[in-house]
Design a protein around this ligand. Structure first.
Ligand code: AMP
Length: 279
């Protein structure tokens, strides 16, 4: 499996690829089955799958976990190799400077959806995401790029960036991969103790409760109240929104997203459920 750690070597390699359908999965590493489901999907649809592994400083706030974010490159490479040695290439820039040299001063901003849900308490997060994804799209020049619905807002913003800026890439969305308990797989689950893992299930349970209420009575689409949580947990937000705009749902919306972010101790977890009221 080829691994590139510098932009210049990767760019040279990319130039050598011609007439080949390329799939791309941008990640921050610490790969789990959620990431690997995207890789498998790319392997089945393209000739070559490029996986990037880069903990992007631009998308972390000052008091967030950039320093502690799990970096497990060797294990990640083993997991990828076990899927397919020949058709996966890894781009793992060796440092932040590799992508953002000292005089770097550009930004990609996609407005309208970046100030809602996670954007409310993570200002600047999504411009960090769009900037790195734009740069990676330029370097990788993929035909297909795969993203998980676990980060539904990120997916929506990237789709908008691709449309607005006429980027020549097709975005493929993938369902959330969960543990048997229902807990959505996340690199941040590692921060949780066993007790906290149990407590973390309150997030999905609350989303399910909202969904059930809406299915019984559509008026619950307007109910943005926060379900009660055990004292160890705290809501960042829980919102019922339109999938298209991420604005609070109205009674005429059909494609609904119930999205939440909850702290368990100091760990912030996100999850969501979609709901189609078309029929
Ligand atoms: P990350 O490494 O957290 O930046 O995630 C890289 C990609 O994997 C993003 O497109 C995520 O949405 C996706 N992803 C992360 N966790 C999951 C999951 N549990 N199920 C599906 N996709 C996921």
């Amino acid at each position: 499996m080829k691994i590139f750690k510098s932009v210049s070597e990767f760019t040279q390699f990319r130039k050598s690829l011609t007439n080949m359908k390329i799939g791309f999965i941008p990640t921050m590493g610490n790969l789990h089955q959620g990431h690997l489901s995207l890789v498998k999907s790319s392997l089945s649809q393209t000739k070559l799958t490029i996986v990037s592994i880069f903990v992007n400083p631009l998308q972390f706030g000052e008091n967030e976990d950039f320093g502690e974010y799990p970096r497990t490159l060797d294990k990640d490479l083993e997991k990828l190799k076990s899927l397919d040695k020949n058709n996966i290439v890894v781009f793992a820039p060796s440092s932040a400077q590799e992508i953002y040299p000292e005089n770097f001063s550009s930004k990609i901003l996609t407005m309208g959806m970046d100030d809602k849900l996670c954007g409310t308490t993570r200002p600047g997060h999504f411009e960090g995401v769009t900037t790195i994804v734009f740069i990676l799209f330029q370097l990788v020049r993929p035909h297909l790029a795969f993203f998980g619905m676990k980060d539904f807002q990120q997916l929506s913003i990237i789709k908008k960036m691709v449309k607005d800026l006429y980027l020549n890439v097709e975005i493929v969305a993938h369902p959330i991969i969960r543990e048997e308990s229902g807990l959505a797989l996340s690199s941040r689950n590692q921060y949780l103790s066993n007790t906290e893992r149990e407590l973390a299930l309150n997030l999905l349970e609350s989303l399910k409760l909202k969904k059930e209420l809406i299915l019984k009575d559509k008026n619950y689409l307007l109910d943005q109240s926060l379900p009660k949580l055990p004292k160890e947990c705290r809501w960042d937000y829980l919102n019922i929104v339109s999938q298209n705009t991420l604005r609070p749902a109205t009674l005429t919306d059909k494609k609904i997203l119930i999205a939440g972010a909850m702290f368990v101790g100091t760990t912030r977890l996100i999850d969501n459920l979609t709901l189609d009221l078309t029929c």
